[in-house]
Design a protein around this ligand. Structure first.
Ligand SMILES: [Zn+2]
Length: 215
């Protein structure tokens, strides 16, 4: 099966949809949330947010469309706010809901060097991103950074598609959710903040979404 075909079949855990919609509610207000849900064809979630658990919710493709609607409806600046808050929350929620994948890491981590701590938690996050979205990720190490590539990216797939279709260029990277997830996870693992930057984004016409995580 093609990689993007796998992505289309997956359904994202309810908790991730809950986090996103809650952030829209808190940042933009309830009327904006309702407008967004109507536009995205997800009116069933009006006054009925998906639960904070692992139950499958919308397909990855619909999730990409929802993010594109957030971007279009509220503009790049507000979308960035929403995505960054959502990413931080979602990283913490992933650890809470999937203790088997992270708990052992937590206790064993403290004895290791910062570089090893980062590598372990980033490996886990790559695993989880692949498992949740069917996204195709690759992590490699450089002297002063870890570099994560997402080649089939659920976060900007629809923003990129609309930009091509409408010949409306996207000037800046838009995958702020993984940026915030990387920041939060690395901070959790190392106890310190590390700079994370999206240095290439498919939505801008780059061949891959690339995230630079400073050591
Ligand atoms: Zn991107």
């Amino acid at each position: 099966m093609r990689k993007d075909a796998v992505m289309e079949k997956k359904r994202i855990p309810s908790m991730l949809l809950n986090n996103l919609l809650s952030q829209v509610d808190q940042t933009m207000g309830r009327r904006s949330l309702i407008m967004l849900l109507r536009r995205a064809g997800l009116s069933r979630y009006i006054d009925n947010l998906p639960p904070l658990n692992e139950l499958p919710s919308i397909r990855v493709e619909q999730y990409s469309e929802l993010l594109a609607n957030v971007y279009e409806l509220f503009g790049a600046r507000s979308a960035q706010d929403i995505f960054l808050r959502d990413g931080r929350l979602s990283a913490a929620e992933l650890r809470r809901q999937r203790p088997a994948q992270f708990a052992l890491t937590g206790t064993a981590l403290k004895l290791l060097s910062t570089g090893r701590q980062m590598q372990i938690v980033l490996d886990r996050l790559v695993e989880q991103t692949t498992e949740v979205y069917g996204a195709s990720c690759n992590l490699h190490e450089e002297p002063d950074a870890f570099v994560l590539d997402i080649r089939v990216c659920p976060y900007c797939a629809e923003i990129a598609r609309r930009s091509r279709e409408e010949e409306r260029p996207v000037p800046r990277p838009v995958c702020h959710i993984p940026v915030a997830m990387l920041e939060e996870m690395v901070e959790w693992a190392t106890g310190e903040k590390h700079l994370v930057e999206e240095v290439a984004c498919i939505a801008k016409g780059d061949p891959t979404c690339r995230f630079w995580v400073g050591r």
